[in-house]
Design a protein around this ligand. Structure first.
Ligand SMILES: NC(=O)c1ccc[n+]([C@@H]2O[C@H](COP(=O)([O-])OP(=O)(O)OC[C@H]3O[C@@H](n4cnc5c(N)ncnc54)[C@H](O)[C@@H]3O)[C@@H](O)[C@H]2O)c1
Ligand SMILES: [Zn+2]
Length: 347
């Protein structure tokens, strides 16, 4: 699968060049309620082509087949054809849903992703995974599909709230832990909020890090699994909280998941104490407010058995032999998982 081009230097110039080259019959832009308000006006002021725009309701609960059908129906009513371009202007929800729509509508039309949240910039928009949720489970229906381009303009982050900024930041910390050599030290000394230019350079580093992994394993047969660091326990916590109608963001759950999986790694691979302590101390800042995992242990263990990465009923983890040295397909005992949840509770 050919990977999408990344438009980060002169992003808008690159978008216009793509359009000149491709001569699309129609261009459609899809936002959600927030990006329509905060991002579409800037988009409108900077592009010199005409387009139709659509808005989907915001939020993870709308990343579903109903919204996909509604969007596809609106596009068909607006005479979408195979030479049309679909642009996603939004966070991970819009990027995942719109790119999924592009991959299946008329058996596939071109797409461009314009991530507007930090989560989408450093993670969701990169790598060609598209999906919608089904029942209470995330990303159950989806495709691998490369957009024509992914356009990065950090200007969009100016309207993003602090909670969503921290949410995306967690994925950048993850990249710093799995990449060799690790650059977690760059984060440990940072204050909050992070200064704009520094944030931009960390975003670029994260994009590079994820892109390099994906180029080697686009469809997650092996290496790409390392991007799931912190996500096995993270996803289980996220699912449990969501089913209890507790307010948690993906990155917040992954911050807990990374502490738990670092604890497991430290026990299985004999890390020095100060390393796990430094990492947990730092990640604590990104934990969800008002959410406690006390009393949810059994549900978390149950949820772990639903993880998409499991094979033959065994829970599979990505662990770190040490920061920067990920190892995949590690089996971990329930006792050690419980020990890790206990460690998190006392953080
Ligand atoms: N495809 C992948 O590889 C991949 C990777 C990571 C995450 N994801 C998916 O991404 C989604 C999470 O992404 P997210 O955190 O961006 O969620 P999101 O799209 O719901 O955005 C979070 C909130 O911020 C708002 N928003 C976005 N940009 C804004 C801006 N510039 N100014 C003001 N408000 C803005 C949105 O309207 C929303 O309310 C999940 O569905 C997750 O599964 C996909
Ligand atoms: Zn994630």
């Amino acid at each position: 699968m050919k990977q999408a081009s990344v438009f980060s230097n002169d992003p808008w110039g690159r978008l216009h060049s793509l359009l000149e080259q491709k001569r699309y019959s129609k261009i459609y832009v899809v936002c959600d309620e927030n990006t329509e308000k905060y991002c579409l006006p800037f988009f409108h002021s900077i592009v010199s082509f005409s387009y139709d725009s659509f808005c989907i309701p915001s939020g993870e609960q709308n990343k579903n087949l109903t919204q996909l059908e509604l969007l596809a129906a609106q596009l068909i009513q607006k005479s979408v054809d195979r030479n049309s371009l679909l642009i996603a202007l939004g966070g991970g929800v819009v990027c995942d849903l719109v790119n999924f729509c592009a991959s299946v509508l008329l058996r596939g039309i071109d797409s461009v992703l314009i991530p507007t949240s930090l989560m989408a910039m450093c993670d969701a928009a990169i790598g060609g995974k598209t999906a919608v949720n089904l029942l209470n489970y995330k990303n159950q229906i989806g495709t691998f599909y490369s957009a024509q381009g992914i356009l990065f303009d950090p200007i969009f982050l100016e309207s993003l709230d602090e909670r969503n900024l921290k949410n995306g930041f967690v994925e950048m910390v993850k990249h710093s832990l799995i990449e060799s050599p690790p650059y977690i030290q760059d984060f440990l000394s940072l204050g909050w909020p992070v200064e704009k230019d520094l944030l931009k350079s960390l975003i670029k580093k994260s994009i590079r890090s994820k892109t390099e992994i994906i180029e080697q394993d686009p469809t997650e047969l092996g290496l790409r699994k390392i991007l799931n660091y912190g996500h096995t326990i993270g996803h289980a916590i996220e699912s449990v909280c969501i089913s209890r109608k507790e307010d948690i963001l993906h990155g917040e759950a992954v911050a807990i998941g990374m502490v738990a999986e670092s604890y497991i790694s430290s026990k299985m691979f004999g890390w020095k104490n100060h390393i796990i302590e430094q990492i947990s101390e730092y990640l604590k800042f990104f934990f969800p407010m008002n959410i406690n995992i006390e009393g949810k242990e059994t549900e978390i263990i149950d949820a772990l058995s639903f993880d998409k990465k499991n094979e033959m009923g065994k829970i599979q983890f990505v662990l770190l032999e040490k920061p920067g040295s990920p190892v995949r397909d590690q089996k971990v005992s329930v006792e050690l998982i419980l020990g890790a949840l206990n460690y998190v509770k006392n953080c």
